[in-house]
Every structure is written in structure tokens, then in C-alpha cells.
Write a protein that binds this ligand. Structure first.
Ligand code: ZN
Length: 193
């Protein structure tokens, strides 16, 4: 793995909350937004890494459909997080639409050997069902978590979100190695002048 891709994959999972990591799959790089998702496989890899994937051998939808739906859901969640953080009323309609389309129910099944297991049956097509756990996670973040601890990185050019799980609750940066260090260098340069 190159150092560039190591930085990239590290940046993707520093939010300390799955729904915020979902947003952080777009990051600013040299002043430009960089989308770490360029294909269905990128989204699948992300879902697998987070453990949010409900079934390993998910049936495939039309090419590009998962990518498209994931990007749409990402912007729906981003808007809601920003609204809640700004103390504005949260417009849940689009997220609720997504959740309503992701209906599922458990079924008790018996395999050939007679062993019982529970499988979740989704009434909806593949992209929606794959993304449903993320949508649920976002809903619980918005309804149940302490938003004083949900913060955007303080670096003015950084758009990454995180959930501050530090003991002191004084986390300021997406990561010390990325933005914390940039701020330290800027401060040092300022002092030298
Ligand atoms: Zn940052």
C-alpha cells in the first residue's frame, strides 16, 4: 500500500461514528473535494470495512446504482447533521423516505441439515437494502446522540466530521496527523514572523 492510500483509508475512518464516517468519504484535498467513492465496489468495500453490510453475498443491482444511491444518501445525511448542528429544525422527510423504502422482516428458516437460522428478508431492491443500516445509524445519531460532541474539524479548509469520544471532550481536529499538525505549523510560522 502506498503512503497516499494509507492516508486516504485512515482519513475515511476517523469520525468515531459510522454515520459520520459515511459523510467523510468526501474530503478536501488541496482545496478540492475528493470523493473516495468512484464505483459500486468502493461503496461495497466501505460497507464491509465498517461491518454495516447485512449479507456478504448481496445481489447486484444495475451497475452504478449503489454508487448513485450511496452518494444521494450521503448528501441527505450531511444536510441533516448540518441542520441539527446549526440548531435549525431538522427536515427528516428525505431520510424517512429512504427508511420507508428499506422495509425488512426476519424469517426463521431451516437449512438442509435441519439447522434453524434467522434471515432478514428485504422487500426493497439491492442498493437500498445495502444502505439501510447506514440510514438507521444516521437516524439514531440525530435522535439519540449528544450533538455537543458531534463536531466538524476546526481547520477552515477541512470538511470532516467526528464524534468526540475523548475523556476531556476537547477534540478539535479530524486527526492530529492531518489538521492538528497543519494548525501547529501555521501557528509556528506566525510566531516566527
Ligand atoms: Zn481536519
Amino acid at each position: 500500500m502506498t503512503s497516499e492510500s494509507q492516508t486516504a483509508s485512515a482519513a475515511l475512518f476517523l469520525g468515531d461514528h459510522g454515520a459520520l464516517d459515511f459523510l467523510n468519504t468526501v474530503a478536501q484535498e488541496n482545496g478540492q473535494p475528493r470523493d473516495y467513492w468512484q464505483s459500486d465496489d468502493d461503496v461495497l468495500a466501505w460497507l464491509r470495512h465498517t461491518g454495516l453490510m447485512t449479507d456478504a453475498d448481496a445481489t447486484r443491482a444495475a451497475p452504478g446504482e449503489l454508487l448513485n444511491e450511496a452518494r444521494q444518501l450521503r448528501e441527505i445525511i450531511r444536510a441533516l447533521v448540518a441542520q441539527k448542528k446549526a440548531g435549525q429544525p431538522v427536515d427528516a422527510e428525505k431520510l424517512n423516505c429512504f427508511l420507508a423504502s428499506a422495509v425488512s422482516y426476519p424469517q426463521l428458516l431451516r437449512d438442509e441439515g435441519g439447522k434453524l437460522h434467522v434471515t432478514r428478508i428485504f422487500a426493497s431492491p439491492a442498493p437500498t437494502r445495502l444502505l439501510a443500516p447506514v440510514a438507521e445509524l444516521a437516524a439514531s445519531l440525530l435522535a439519540q446522540e449528544d450533538f455537543a460532541l458531534v463536531r466538524k474539524c476546526e481547520h477552515p479548509e477541512c470538511t470532516l466530521w467526528f464524534y468526540d469520544r475523548t475523556k476531556s471532550h476537547r477534540r478539535r481536529w479530524c486527526s492530529m496527523a492531518l489538521c492538528g499538525n497543519r494548525a501547529k505549523v501555521a501557528r509556528f510560522r506566525q510566531q516566527q514572523k
